[in-house]
Design a protein around this ligand. Sequence first.
Ligand SMILES: [Zn+2]
Length: 70
Amino acid sequence: MGRIELTPLIKPLTCRETTYIVCGARDAPIDAEQSKQLEAHLETCPFCRIAASQFATLFKHLDVLLVRDE
Ligand SMILES: [Zn+2]
């Protein structure tokens, strides 16, 4: 017998949380655990992968438009 315990090292994120972190990461650095969770979700979720890359592009354009130095 034997009980299999599924204790994931990292808690899976929902798509909503992933989007939230991706957006939040623009203004404040995310911690190591969050970035691990984020990467784990992006690996399994093609939708968030596309969303994250579109956010990155969008933020780049925004930075140019707003002439942000940092
Ligand atoms: Zn997702």
